[in-house]
Design a protein around this ligand. Structure first.
Ligand SMILES: [Zn+2]
Length: 220
């Protein structure tokens, strides 16, 4: 159990009701900040109901890409939407979003707003005007993918091996945004160009930013 918010029962909030948020020890300060914001998102939303009627029990997976069902899935997504809006206010993101897509800007957002690189990358993909996706991997296998709604279906999915498509280890941690073979990354035929950029991180983790650029109509 990563984080819990105890919530009062049907009685009105306030009075002597104890309310608490429990954080797992050993989290980085950035993870703690995100977790607190996520749990506040549950707590402040009157429609959110804990599964056992008493407390939310959110996992690390809930904080990045929840795989719950029904109401619980919606609640987790809403808590994440709340957390990222609070931590990286939209009105302050302009200069990070207006230049062409590059993980350099994700790193700057991570430092500027004190959020994890992964959270910054998800935010970047969601708000940048280019058609983007980000693939999080470890030891060359996909952990999860976050993508713009307009981004086509990716060729790889959770658990698939993509190590052979990533830049060799030992080079600079951050590769350039290079044009790649569309069929390596996108399922089916894509009428346009695809670019990929990978950031290698600690413990075999990597994130790969994908940019899909449809060919202009009438371009032949
Ligand atoms: Zn949650």
């Amino acid at each position: 159990m990563l984080a819990r918010v105890a919530r009062p029962g049907p009685e009105p909030v306030g009075g002597n009701e104890a309310q608490s948020l429990v954080l797992r020890a050993g989290q980085t300060p950035r993870r703690k900040r995100y977790t607190i914001a996520h749990e506040l998102g549950h707590f402040l939303n009157e429609r959110h109901r804990p599964v056992d009627g008493v407390r939310f029990a959110c996992t690390a997976q809930d904080m990045r890409s929840p795989v719950r069902e029904g109401v619980r899935l919606r609640q987790e997504r809403e808590a994440n939407a709340f957390a990222i809006e609070v931590l990286t206010p939209r009105r302050l993101l302009g200069r990070h979003l207006k230049l062409s897509a590059d993980l350099e800007h994700v790193l700057k957002m991570s430092d500027r707003f004190d959020v994890s690189r992964a959270a910054a990358a998800r935010r970047y993909v969601a708000l940048h005007e280019a058609t983007l996706a980000v693939i999080f991997s470890r030891d060359g296998r996909v952990l999860y993918i976050d993508k713009d709604e307009a981004f086509p279906r990716t060729a790889a999915w959770k658990g698939d091996a993509i190590g052979h498509l990533l830049p060799q280890p030992g080079r600079e941690p951050l590769s350039g945004m290079d044009q790649v073979e569309a069929e390596d990354w996108i399922a089916g035929w894509f009428p346009g160009e695809v670019f990929a950029q990978t950031l290698r991180q600690a413990d075999g983790h990597a994130m790969t930013l994908l940019l899909a650029e449809p060919r202009d109509r009438g371009d032949g």
